[in-house]
Design a protein around this ligand. Structure first.
Ligand code: ARG
Length: 459
């Protein structure tokens, strides 16, 4: 098989080398982007008078034919043509003859591959932002349905203070909002055109990079040709953003797994999002949540892998950089799979309000509030903390909760206690007392929901 770069060689490539150096098995994922870039490039070559218009039309026609083959699954990819760029060019030449060889004028695979990756990620990042909004909407729906569902809030996984379940869910809405912001911010760097940098130094042809940028919808053109072909920051940034999204999903997964256990019974995931056991007939396992939690690891791995590939790489292009693709493509698939499942899984989960409410009545998560009660009566907080600590200890010894104590019992610990304490200790009042911006009081959570809905409408 003759190579597009075969002129300088007197021997065939070793077969193992051919297989080892080829990227076609995975970079064919960017086939459409490669053609999109070529169409813009050849249009520019015509417009700048570098190629006669006749040739430009023939090449464009040929590229459309190749695109049809790709889209209909009729494209024959060959490892001996190494990568997607040369596979397409070779097919083009087969289809339209030697004139196809003019396409690569003023261009290198180095600026071509970078362009393909920019085009590819640009599209995906927009999809991911959309999927995150859908997840936010599912969380908001559950939050609105649970504005009066009180649940223990935890620190150290020990019951801490009661909160609205809606407030807990809204924390995730905030996390995903930051993820959307990060993706949106990364877009301007992804939306920068490398093409026209040539192999590394620019090109001797009088090309118009800004025209190509406009054709392809890029906002900017890389300033420096060396940087254009060796920059993979935008991929690292994507992998980092994806890692954060997966980490957020994984934390929610962990909570869903815990909450759906018999020990908690706070939620029940819909049957459609669970699987069974091949031996234990009673089992209903939260596999999706577990798997998303598990797959978070591979995304972190791709981030560290990419950073390590780039570390100490001299400018400009090095073959090491071909290692940028599999991690990126796998991350795109992993993130896509997780996000598509998550919104419906959250939306269809059943919330066991009674169980949550019952949990709040059987703990000491209202203890801070009676300490605050004494503080409002003039006792220094540190002293109130000590008094309530002793009261809780007494309750534990008596096998009681705070609301079970008589006023006499309360007053043994401090004469400042009065009847009002029974009101203060009610879970609703405990929740609504935290009426500070960002707090769990109903009015604050309702306001937070309104702000989040507004942000979605504006985006
Ligand atoms: N398949 C290569 C890659 O993915 C394309 C660029 C190759 N350039 C080169 N000079 N070998 O990085």
């Amino acid at each position: 098989m003759s190579k597009l770069w075969g002129g300088r060689f007197t021997k065939q490539t070793d077969q193992l080398v051919e297989q080892y150096t080829a990227s076609i098995t995975f970079d064919k994922a960017m086939a459409e982007e490669d053609i999109q870039g070529s169409l813009a490039h050849v249009t520019m070559l015509g417009k700048c008078g570098i190629l006669p218009q006749d040739d430009v039309e023939t090449i464009k026609e040929g590229l459309h034919q190749v695109m049809n083959r790709i889209q209909s699954g009729d494209m024959n990819y060959s490892v001996s043509d190494e990568d997607i760029h040369m596979n397409i060019e070779k097919t083009l030449i087969d289809l339209i003859g030697p004139v196809g060889g003019k396409l690569h004028t003023g261009r290198s695979r180095n600026d071509q591959v970078a362009t393909d990756m920019h085009l590819y990620l640009r599209k995906r990042v927009v999809t991911f932002a959309g999927l995150l909004v859908q997840l936010q909407e599912a969380l908001l729906k559950q939050a609105k349905a649970n504005l009066d569902t009180i649940v223990p809030g935890y620190t150290h996984l020990q019951r801490a203070q009661p909160i609205l379940f809606a407030h807990h869910l809204m924390a995730y809405v905030s996390m995903f909002e930051r993820d959307i912001e990060r993706l949106t911010d990364s877009y301007k760097r992804i939306n920068t055109l490398p093409l026209g940098a040539g192999a590394l130094a620019g090109t001797t042809f009088a090309i118009d990079r800004h025209f190509v940028a406009e054709e392809l919808g890029f906002e900017r053109v890389y300033e420096n040709s060396l940087d254009a072909v060796s920059d993979r920051d935008f991929i690292v940034e994507f992998l980092s953003n994806a890692s954060l999204i997966m980490m957020h999903l994984s934390r929610l997964c962990e909570e869903l797994v815990l909450w759906s256990s018999t020990e908690f019974q706070f939620i029940e995931l819909d049957d459609a999002f669970c699987t069974g056991s091949s031996i234990m007939p009673q089992k209903k396992n939260p596999d999706v949540a577990e798997l998303v939690r598990g797959k978070t690891g591979r995304v972190y791995g791709h981030l560290v892998g990419m950073l390590t590939v780039l570390k100490a790489l001299p400018l400009a292009y090095n073959k090491d950089m071909q290692e940028d693709k599999e991690g990126m493509l796998d991350t795109v698939e992993t993130l896509d799979g997780a996000l598509r499942l998550f919104a419906p899984m959250v939306e269809t989960m059943k919330v066991n309000r009674d169980r949550m409410r019952q949990a709040v009545r059987q703990d000491f998560s209202n203890a801070t509030d009676i300490a605050d009660f004494l503080v409002n009566k003039g006792m220094p907080f540190r002293q109130a903390h000590e008094v309530i600590g002793k009261t809780v200890l007494y309750c534990i010894e008596q096998n009681k909760y705070l609301l079970d104590l008589s006023l006499d019992e309360f007053q043994q610990f401090s004469p400042l206690f009065d009847e009002v304490i029974y009101e203060v200790l009610q879970p609703e009042n405990v929740v609504n007392a935290r009426n500070v911006f960002g707090g769990t009081a109903s009015v604050q959570v309702e306001a937070a929901i309104r702000r989040a809905e507004q942000a979605i409408v504006q985006s």
